[in-house]
Ligand binder design. Structure first.
Ligand SMILES: [Cu+2]
Length: 211
């Protein structure tokens, strides 16, 4: 009996530390190409899509379910990919630091992609203006996805500044003059800004995935 207890204690001492070390890392699940579909996702342990993570080390379980697709993860300090030609089941221990990360299928990056932020990410600053003449502008004209602070100066009583695009629809009042600040999250795609009072007063902003 005493020997059996000693053996169990010995076995526990041998195997517990490694089991605990593995369990310490939060688990994320990367899935691509279920039933050869053009689908790609990164989810947390509860199955929710990852949009933001705390910095740290995670175990990314990769389910590359198709021979047409792969899962490619990149960002500060990370450049990992499963194979396009194979079905694979992998676990990547990865350490994320403050910044923007993106994932895609190397063969179809334009349609199969996603992104998320880790820790603190400084917002991109934009300056928009309308008036005093019949003019409208927004700078910069190209930017990456993520948090953005847009300061709009409206100097024209007969026009406004109206910004629309993925997840955003903000405008100043037509009669309003003054300065406003909008905090928004920019998604990949094309945004347009305009004054709805004059069709010629318009422009666009291109938002890209992290490079
Ligand atoms: Cu693909």
């Amino acid at each position: 009996m005493a020997i059996r207890i000693l053996l169990i204690a010995l076995l526990a001492a041998l195997f517990l530390p490694s089991a605990l070390a593995e369990a310490d890392n939060p688990r994320l699940v990367a899935t691509v190409g279920r039933n050869d579909s053009f689908s790609i996702s990164l989810s947390d342990a509860s199955g929710n899509p990852v949009t933001h993570l705390d910095p740290g080390t995670y175990d990314v379980a990769v389910r590359d379910l198709s021979q047409m697709h792969n899962f490619h993860l990149h960002g500060p300090g990370i450049e990992l990919a499963s194979s396009v030609g194979n079905v694979e089941d992998l676990v990547w221990p990865v350490t994320f630091t403050d910044g923007k990360y993106a994932f895609d299928c190397t063969a179809h990056p334009a349609t199969m992609n996603g992104w998320f932020t880790v820790g603190q990410v400084a917002p991109t600053k934009f300056a928009g203006s309308v008036g005093p003449k019949r003019s409208i502008s927004l700078k910069p004209k190209i930017a990456e996805v993520g948090p953005a602070t847009i300061t709009v100066t409206d100097r024209r009583r007969s026009d406004h500044f109206h910004l629309t695009g993925p997840g955003v629809n903000r405008k100043t009042g037509v009669a309003f003059r003054g300065r406003v600040t909008w905090n928004v999250t920019l998604q990949p795609g094309i945004y347009s800004y305009r004054s709805d009072k004059h069709k010629t007063m318009r422009g666009s902003l291109i938002v890209t995935l992290p490079s």
